[in-house]
Design a binder for this molecule. Sequence first.
Ligand SMILES: [Zn+2]
Ligand SMILES: [Zn+2]
Length: 438
Amino acid sequence: MSRRLSSQLQRKFPEDVYCEKHLELVQSFCVDDQILLCGQCLHSQEHENHLVCGVQEAAGVYRKLFQEILNTLKEKLEVAKSILADEQERMVMIQGEEQDFKEMIESEYRIRFRLMVEEMNFRSLQDCVFNPKLREDHLNQVLAFATELKGQSQETLQRLNDLGKENMNKLKESEGRLSGHICSLQKMTVELEKKCGKYTLMVLQNAGSSLKRSESLLLQCLEQAQITDLSLCQVTGMSRMLKVLQRAVTLDPKTANPCLVLSEDLRSMHLRNVQQDVPHSPGRFVFSATVLGVESFTSGRHYWEVDVEKATKWQLGVSEDSASRHGDLPTTSGNKVLLMGSLMGTNYTFWAFPPLKRVSLRGEQMHKVGVFLDCESGQISFYDVANRSLICNFSSLTFQGALKPIFSLCIPSGVTNSDSLSICLPPVSSCDVTVSPQ
Ligand SMILES: [Zn+2]
Ligand SMILES: [Zn+2]
């Protein structure tokens, strides 16, 4: 009987399955080879020492086994679909992140350029006013540095662009792999569902092959693509002009939350687990361990540095000092710009606000944070002073009224917390500034 006739017979009498080798009706099942046997097969040398059982018994065992596999396949299918959805979501997300990062790099270099011009003016005022030769030298130096700055900016943007592409390719590859896997899982599910249908012997046909294929499908690991963090494109270096702009900020006791203890020189604060008795003050923070700086900024550029090494949870930034502010009662949003650091286990995470978003940084301990405020261009930048690199920045902000430095710790909840923050003093003399691109 030809193969075609054999399959026709099977279609006509689905319960009658014929041995493809001897074209006889099958009657038993070889457990070792996982195939159906006819009388001739059974007595052949090939299966002489093999474990053989009746078809009904084997069908029962395999039906149960395939049902179990089917359930696992369906679970895996759901997992694969959800990972695929995540990957697709990540594709959209990384494009947004890359755009944000690009804007951050561009605005940082814009500020650096402006600061460099300012640095030039500063130097000119210092010693070049009456010396045209020196002025010219300075101008040439500045032009050279401007070119260098532009080069650095383009290099960083190129690195970001390459990294963005690399990450996107990894995600697309992962998407393709997952889609293929989902397709195979769906096919296998259909195959096993058919097998476990109403015909007893169907379950045993090519049982070994189905088992092997479904097991290998189940063994495949479903993993998300490992993409590289954009923090690799962090802008390094800091303008030396920041040291000239550094202010000796002091803390305002009238605004300090009662669980904060301020030092005598008003430059550092630490938490106290018991609230102190403090005189009533309308601007006092009641719900958060926050204090404002005494200084108010309405124009110009300002910079201050804060030592955050002894704090596990801190917030730094600027707050609008509007008359409407009453303690930390909720007022209209957007009156603060903050960088938040938080120690989780041994890793630091950093968040920026507004809008609240995670800052891509290697989770290392931060020692000193620099806060730069440019009232005219509406720019606020945060720097990692020890690593001399930009953490994040905000540009084109619009401020209403005066701005004040803001400092927060986390109110202890029962556990003893000795977190503290201190403001660093500016360098004594700022006359040794030299023109430099960073
Ligand atoms: Zn046979
Ligand atoms: Zn056998």
